[in-house]
Ligand binder design. Structure first.
Ligand code: FE2
Length: 392
């Protein structure tokens, strides 16, 4: 691996994980016990209509009832949740006298639950808490169970909410943001529609690659990220081909979580800086936007970190023998492009409705991201504009 820590030096917090990670078929039915152990009596379950329709909420809610908990549900979460969606959930939380939260779903449901957990203890506007550790009171107890294979919100210290007036996705981050426990239950992801497996799986791969290349990477985060890349390289194609494949889906669920643990410590890079404005302006699903932009940013970063890109390509299973350094680094890029073609990811941003006229404004917003300064190749606004042009 490329990054090593020098002996001695200034003491630093090398790694921190607030979340207990529980894994196994049916483990989401243990959430009730954890709520009780943390003093909760009246949890509010946050989810979306698709999860309810798929019958995924039922095992969770019946186990809450079995644990003697008088739970409530708020299932109106929408993709890329707006502040108003969080506010409606907060109102219900307060009116029904709830004391804890359970997020069951993809990133949108888990981020909505995280936002309510913070907002219920910290008054004012939600956006007042944008940035790192901007809220004073700790959130109410929160537990999460992911039903997709990508966002890793179940272990990260980040949440993203859309401010529709500003057409801006803002991030709230902090050491108290991650849930107290995450439940990786393969039963909740079996049968996931192929396009969602593909998009969220590519989000997970983007997390792992961006974390691995980040200027803040350490040997610990690299180990997590690299193994996530290996698992995704071996399992994403079969998972998209048949999401009833237990082994492939369970491995994707674990890979997503490993990538989340890695980027929780390192943050991300140019891909996420660019995909957030694409989502805010054109409502492109987060994983799809990342997937389209990822190969272009990898190519851009090849000049800075060719050895690390070679390691990414090897972890994905790309043959590298007898290639020079830059050619091998580019093989990692073409390997990602081939994977995306195989699983049906659209080729370009224009294929998903992005318009050239928005590039200037999206680039301004991308440059506001804290992920730009930690991208391995120094990046200025004209670089971002060029990357958008290439991805278009
Ligand atoms: Fe992401």
């Amino acid at each position: 691996m490329s990054t090593t820590l020098a002996p001695g030096g200034i003491p630093l917090s090398l790694f921190r994980l607030r979340t207990e990670v529980v894994y196994g078929d049916g483990c989401a039915t243990n959430i009730g016990e954890h709520v009780v152990a943390h003093g909760g009596e009246r949890p509010l379950v946050i989810s979306d209509p698709g999860i309810v329709e798929a019958g995924l909420l039922e095992p969770v809610t019946s186990s809450l009832a079995a644990a003697g908990l008088a739970y409530e549900t708020y299932t109106d979460v929408e993709p890329d949740p707006r502040v108003a969606v969080v506010e409606a959930g907060l109102r219900q939380f307060q009116e029904q006298g709830c004391d804890s939260l359970i997020g069951v779903g993809g990133g949108s449901s888990m981020d909505t639950a995280k936002a309510i957990a913070i907002w219920s203890r910290n008054p004012g506007r939600l956006r007042d808490y944008e940035g790192l550790d901007q809220f004073g009171q700790p959130p109410v107890p929160l537990f999460c169970a992911p039903t997709t294979v990508g966002t890793a919100s179940e272990v990260t210290q980040f949440l993203v909410v859309t401010d529709p007036e500003a057409q801006f996705k803002f991030t709230i981050a902090g050491r108290m943001v991650p849930p107290l426990a995450a439940f990786l239950d393969p039963q909740l992801v079996l049968g996931l529609p192929a396009p969602i497996t593909a998009a969220t799986g590519m989000d997970a791969l983007t997390h792992a690659i961006e974390s691995y290349l980040s200027l803040l990477a350490t040997p610990l985060t690299e180990a997590l990220a690299l193994h996530a890349i290996r698992l995704i390289g071996a399992n994403l194609r079969p998972a998209v081909a048949n999401s009833r494949n237990h082994s492939a889906m369970a491995n994707m669920l674990v890979a997503s979580c490993l990538a989340g643990m890695a980027f929780n410590a390192t943050r991300l890079g140019n891909v996420h800086a660019m995909s957030h404005p694409v989502g805010a302006f054109f409502h492109v699903p987060h994983g799809v936007a990342n997937a389209i932009i990822l190969p272009h940013v990898m190519e851009f970063n090849a000049l800075a970190v060719p050895r690390k890109l070679i390691e990414v390509g090897q972890a994905l299973g790309e043959p590298m023998a007898r290639l020079g350094e830059m050619a091998a680094a580019r093989r990692a890029v073409s390997g990602v492009q081939q994977l995306e073609a195989d699983i049906g990811i659209p080729e370009s941003l224009s294929d998903v409705g992005v318009q050239r006229e928005a590039i200037a404004a999206m680039s301004v917003d991308a440059m506001k991201s804290g992920n730009i300064p930690i991208n391995p190749r120094r990046t200025v606004q004209s670089d971002i504009e060029g990357l958008f042009e290439r991805a278009l």
